[in-house]
Design a protein around this ligand. Structure first.
Ligand SMILES: NC(=O)C1=CN([C@@H]2O[C@H](COP(=O)(O)OP(=O)(O)OC[C@H]3O[C@@H](n4cnc5c(N)ncnc54)[C@H](O)[C@@H]3O)[C@@H](O)[C@H]2O)C=CC1
Ligand SMILES: O=C([O-])CC(=O)C(=O)O
Length: 329
């Protein structure tokens, strides 16, 4: 029997609403499996450390057999020390009257130092998932502050969009989610994202051929792309449990692999595949093998999809150029 190592998982924004939905699932074994002990490291801003301590008390009270320790800090250097997995959830939300540049600047002040702390203190096998918005560009900022960490270890979350697309298609075709394969979200985690039904399969047949063209264009795509806003409108707060669920899915698949015959969606640094500008962190169809994401190759991209992918990629290029001008990357 091999020695099972304890995995250190650092969660930023741990006292926030996604943190509250996420930490208990990590501690119960849903992130890494029922055989892997974990220690949790909670990073918060000073004003929220007390609330994080309260959450830690509740984690204690669950008596999770796999949970081997909890640390709480407001210092990134401490929180990322020896981390194997980092879930960067805490971010500066856009508030009324805030310009886009201000938002990027404020997030640069968070994700730059966190990237540097990861660079200097995390374990060699560190894997990073950025959830905090604008997730793709925050991931780029963190990555560029961590030159000693392989770029591919920095990813951003589009798994929630992926799961939303599965759910919408499942309801439309009245099939269980388990019958859908090969869903893809391309581009940015924003309203320009492109959920692609031209490669998705239901019952082994292309999904786009099983729905009306106008439903795909005028209902499916906008419903998935604007679902985050619809949740905020309905709930009075942004998606939390579903976002935590998607973060669990992303890291679980990254570590354990994607199922044979299927793929998923994740925003990873582009290698230029499908004409997506190299270096930007864009969502692709991906499989995970041996602990690494690989972009699914060889898909034919029709003209409609090309236009949609290009528009979302252009938005990512604009965001990259904006943070470059601000000196954040
Ligand atoms: N990629 C995706 O699919 C999704 C992303 N999000 C994003 O996730 C982020 C978090 O959402 P919620 O948990 O609902 O927000 P929240 O406001 O409830 O919690 C955020 C927490 O982050 C903390 N925080 C802020 N700056 C920090 C820093 N420098 N270091 C450590 N902690 C810091 C805050 O104190 C707060 O406790 C938001 O940016 C939201 O837009 C939300 C849903 C889906
Ligand atoms: O806009 C937000 O803060 C929430 C979000 O990203 C989503 O639900 O997709």
């Amino acid at each position: 029997m091999g020695i099972v190592m304890t995995v250190k998982v650092t969660v930023t924004g741990a006292a926030g609403q996604i943190g509250y939905a996420l930490l208990f699932r990590i501690a119960s074994g849903q992130l890494l499996g029922a055989d892997t002990p974990v220690t949790l490291s909670l990073l918060e801003i000073p004003q929220a450390v007390k609330a994080a301590e309260g959450t830690a008390m509740e984690l204690d009270d669950c008596a999770f057999p796999l949970l081997r320790g909890i640390e709480i800090s407001d210092d990134p250097a401490k929180a990322f020390d020896g981390a194997n997995i980092a879930l960067l959830v805490g971010a500066r939300p856009r508030t009324a009257g805030m310009e886009r540049g201000d938002l990027l600047q404020a997030n640069g002040g968070i994700f730059g130092p966190q990237g540097k702390a990861i660079n200097d203190h995390a374990a060699d096998d560190i894997r990073v998932l950025v959830v905090g918005n604008p997730a793709n560009t925050n991931a780029l900022i963190a990555q560029s502050a961590a030159p000693d960490v392989p770029a591919e270890r920095f990813t951003a979350m589009t798994r929630l969009d992926h799961n939303r697309a599965l759910s919408q298609l499942s309801a439309k075709l009245r099939v269980p989610v388990s019958e859908i394969r090969k869903m893809t979200i391309w581009g940015n985690h924003s309203a320009t994202q492109y959920p692609d039904l031209f490669h998705a399969e239901v019952g082994g047949k292309i999904a786009a051929e099983q729905v009306e063209e106008d439903w795909l264009r005028d209902t499916f795509i906008p419903t998935v792309a604007k679902r985050g806003a619809a949740i905020i409108e309905a709930r009075g707060a942004s998606s939390a449990a579903s976002a935590a669920n998607a973060a669990i899915d992303h890291v679980h698949d990254w570590v354990n692999g994607t199922p044979e015959g299927d793929w998923t969606s994740a925003a990873i640094p582009s290698d230029g595949s499908y004409g997506v500008a190299e270096g930007i962190i864009s969502s692709f169809p991906v499989v995970s093998k041996n602990g690494r994401w690989e972009i699914v190759q060889g898909l034919e991209i029709d003209a409609f999809s090309r236009t949609r992918i290009d528009a979302s990629v252009q938005e990512l290029i604009d965001e990259r150029d904006a943070v470059r001008e601000l000196g954040l990357i």
